[in-house]
Design a protein around this ligand. Sequence first.
Ligand code: TTP
Ligand code: MG
Length: 356
Amino acid sequence: MRIILHLDLDAFFAACEVREKPELKGKPVVIGADPKGGRGRGVVSTCNYSAREYGIHSGMPISQAHRLCPHAAFLPVNFRLYWQVSERVMMIARKYSEKFQQSSIDEAFLDVSSCSSFEQAEQLAQRLKQEISDNEGITSSIGIGENKLVAKIASDYRKPDGLTAVRPEQTKEFLFPLPVRKLYGVGRKTEQLLQTLDISTVGDLAAYDVQSLTSLFGKWGLQLHLFSNGIDESAVEEVEGIQSIGREVTFEEDTNDLMLLNETIDAIAGDIAETLQEERIRFRTVTLKVRFENFETHTRQLTLGRDAADKETLQAAAQELLLKFADSKKKVRLIGVRISNLSFGGKQKSLNEYGT
Ligand code: TTP
Ligand code: MG
C-alpha cells in the first residue's frame, strides 16, 4: 500500500505579502492587476481568505473585485518574493521524504509509504505544517491518500490550514459526492460534455459504462473511468523547481498597435529576465499567448537550440512569435510571455511543462 501526501500552500501569493507586511494581517488582500479605482482591466491572481469572504477569487476581473471590496489592499504580483519563499518551503518539505515532486510554485507531492500507517503519516504531515509555519510564517493544507489523485483532492478539501487523510477504504465515499470538476484534467469543457450525459458527480462518472466513455472520449474516457474510481498509479517523481515562468498583461483598451504590442512584450521579457538572472535559471522554450478582443486565445511557441538566460534572446524570440499573428485583423486584449524547459544553477534538468 502506498501513502501519498499532497502539500498546497494557502492563498500563497497573498500569504507571502502578508508575511512581509504584518499590518495587512486580518485584512482583505488581493494580488493582481491594478484596480485603478474600479476601471482596471486585468484579473485577480489570488486573494487571502478574508477577501474570499467578499466573493473574490482567482481569475475574477480586478474591476469586479474592487466593486466587491473597495477597501481591500490591492497589491501587484511580486513574483521574485513568491519564488524565494517557495524555494525555502520546498527545501523544508523535501526533508520529509526521499520521493518528492514539486508540481507548482506552491504544491508538492511526497511519497511517505515508509510510514507504517495513515496515523503516522498524519503526524508527519502535522510536523511539516508546523515547520513551514514556524520558519516561513505561512499556513498550508495537506491531503493524504493512497495515490496522488486522492491526496491532491484531499488537500483542497479543508482549507486553509487543513489536514485531510482519506484511508483506502474511504476513497470511494470521499470521492463520489464531489463534482467531477475536482478530478485531474477535468476542465470546463469536459465538465460540460459530461453534463450532457447527466454526469455531475464523481460517483455518476464511476457508475457510467466505461465502453460508452471510451467511445466518446477515446483513451481519456478510460482515464476518467479510473480516476472516478479513485485509481491512479502514477508515481511521485522528482521534478526540480517550477516548470515555467510567465507574465501577462491586459491592455487598458484593446489594441492592434504593433509598436505597443512590441513594447509590452519587451517589458514582460525584461521582467522575466531579471528573475532569471537573480535565480540563475535558464530556459529553452518561449511561448507567446495572445487573447483577442473576442476572448479567442492562441499560443505559439518556439524552442531554442541551446539554453539561454538573457533578456535579448527572450525578447527576440517573443517578437518572432508575435509575427505569426501579424495577419490578424482583430484587436488584442491580452498578451503574455512564458518560458519553460528550464535549467537551474547550471545543471540541466528535464522538466515537463506545467501551465497555470
Ligand atoms: P493556488 O494554490 O490555486 O491558490 P492559492 O494558493 O492562492 O489559494 P489556495 O491554495 O489556498 O486555494 O495557486 C497558487 C498561486 O498561483 C496563487 O497564490 C496565485 C497563483 N495563481 C494565479 O496567478 N492565477 C490563478 O488563476 C491561480 C488559480 C493561481
Ligand atoms: Mg495554494
